[in-house]
Write a protein that binds this ligand. Structure first.
Ligand code: DQA
Length: 145
């Protein structure tokens, strides 16, 4: 099973950006956590992070040609603005889970809209980095039936 973990803008700044909200651990710590978990449960995982909306769209399209089975996506700020990411997910029709490190439901009004949520079969918010692991579990269950 091939799972792609996509992170949007400023997620590369984890550990530096607003540690009271996102914690002190870095993007590399997040990757290590996911890699170790994926190894444990025998899932093939790959990663992509970009600060650019079009690059994220390109990567979602590439997932189709790479025969990716499931997508974990934290679109970060593009969650709240991007119809292009929603359309890209709809185009490739690969099962996807939306993840947010923070609990967006308890934050500003402008964070209450999520475009990708219209496509993703599950949303996980406020579990910190563990949210990504729970998203992989959900994909595994969905794909294996
Ligand atoms: C985030 C929440 C978004 O509102 C914010 O723009 C981010 C990170 C999260 O993981 O909690 O960059 O997606």
């Amino acid at each position: 099973m091939k799972i792609l973990v996509i992170n949007g803008p400023n997620i590369n700044m984890l550990g530096v950006r607003e540690p009271d909200i996102y914690g002190k651990s870095t993007y590399n710590d997040l990757i290590d956590l996911i890699k170790n978990y994926a190894k444990e449960i025998d899932v093939n995982v790959s990663f992509f992070q970009s600060n650019h909306e079009g690059a994220l769209v390109d990567e979602i399209q590439k997932a189709y040609f790479d025969k990716i089975d499931g997508i974990v996506i934290n679109p970060a700020a593009y969650t709240h603005t991007s119809v292009a990411l929603l359309d890209a997910l709809k185009s490739v029709n690969i099962p996807a889970v939306e993840v947010h490190i923070s609990d967006v439901s308890k934050r500003e009004d402008f964070r209450q809209i999520s475009y990708v949520r219209n496509y993703c079969f599950k949303t996980i918010c406020g579990l910190g980095f563990d949210g990504y692991l729970r998203a992989i579990d959900a994909l595994k269950e969905k794909i294996n039936g």
